[in-house]
Design a protein around this ligand. Structure first.
Ligand code: BDR
Ligand code: CA
Length: 310
């Protein structure tokens, strides 16, 4: 079986951390590198968090730091959910895992250009690094096999009624990626809000009893508490790992092709992913948008993924 070659561009982030856990050990995935962007916290913090996760999991994946600012607007962070560090909860050993010297944008360009066009770009944070790479070297576009992103919503946002965090945090970058012309699968809040990490799920993962499950439990302790305080939910929605679960087993979500645009002009709806669910505009689809998720299958994938660790 040929592995899916993948670059994971993220902003860890509790749910990003679980996406890393699933991608780094899956026998179906060849994780070429983790590229990090400012998002849930500043770049300084998110890249450090990525290295802490990789070190804690004892996986050998290079970590590259990317853009510390969105393309045009000022940065926004999500400290209310992910805490001051961007990954509050777990206590890590002293950090020895080194950051790669190459900038994440250069790594993305170099790796795509050297490839046979068989690399999937997964983004679980603002899409700045990928958009900057596309702008710096437009030839990479034809080398991208597919973009799979966690972001957006065809219903309600989570920062404003219209917008989801990863899109509103750099809507210009999302605009560049959504208009680049490559296949794009959008895993939005519409499905990720259906995989709430209830205490039973945390207990189930805890039973595995290895380094990954311990990290999962430590992460969810903070994440679920914060989600309850901010949104009033008992379990935190585990957004980002749905992208990786989809690559491991595409049947975990159902997608619908929709003409999709990013609102970068309005004030109230800025950052909205306008997905033409009903096909009113009679325009060709530009994204496969996730509309359903098999939550039981998703949790099985997470459990199997965590069990791959010692
Ligand atoms: C997204 O925003 C971040 O806070 C999460 O890590 C996830 O990528 C959900 O809106
Ligand atoms: Ca994220």
């Amino acid at each position: 079986m040929e592995k899916i070659k993948m670059i994971l561009d993220c902003d860890p982030g509790h749910d990003d951390a679980v996406a890393i856990m699933l991608a780094a050990k899956s026998p179906k995935i060849d994780l070429l590198g983790i590229t990090v962007v400012t998002g849930n916290q500043t770049l300084e913090k998110t890249e450090r968090n990525a290295r802490n996760i990789v070190q804690c999991l004892e996986v050998d994946v290079p970590v590259y730091a990317g853009c510390g600012q969105p393309m045009i607007r000022q940065k926004m962070v999500a400290g209310d959910i992910h805490g001051e560090s961007g990954l509050d909860g777990p206590v890590f050993e002293p950090l020895t895992k080194e950051l790669e010297k190459e900038h994440a944008v250069n790594f993305i360009i170099r790796t795509l250009m050297e490839s046979d066009g068989d690399i999937t770009m997964v983004t679980t944070g603002p899409m700045t690094n990928l958009a900057m790479a596309i702008r710096m070297e437009p030839k990479i576009v034809e080398k991208i096999k597919e973009i799979v992103l966690m972001g957006g919503s065809y219903t309600n946002g989570n920062v404003t009624p219209a917008a989801e965090f990863n899109i509103i945090a750099d809507a210009d970058a999302a605009y560049v990626c959504f208009t680049c012309g490559r296949p794009i699968t959008m895993v939005g809040l519409d499905v990720t809000r259906k995989v709430l990490c209830y205490p039973e799920i945390v207990a189930r993962m805890d039973k595995i009893g290895n380094r990954a499950s311990k990290l999962f439990v430590d992460l969810m302790g903070h994440f679920c508490k914060a989600q309850k305080e901010v949104f009033g939910w008992e379990g935190g929605p585990l957004h980002d790992p749905v992208t990786v679960a989809y690559l491991i087993d595409p049947t975990v979500i159902t997608t619908k092709p929709m003409h999709t645009t990013i609102d970068i002009r309005s004030t109230e709806s800025y950052g909205r992913t306008n997905c033409d669910f009903f096909g009113y505009q009679q325009l060709p689809p530009t994204a496969n948008v996730a509309v359903e998720i098999d939550a039981a299958k998703f949790w099985d994938i997470v459990e199997e993924g965590l069990k791959l660790y010692n």
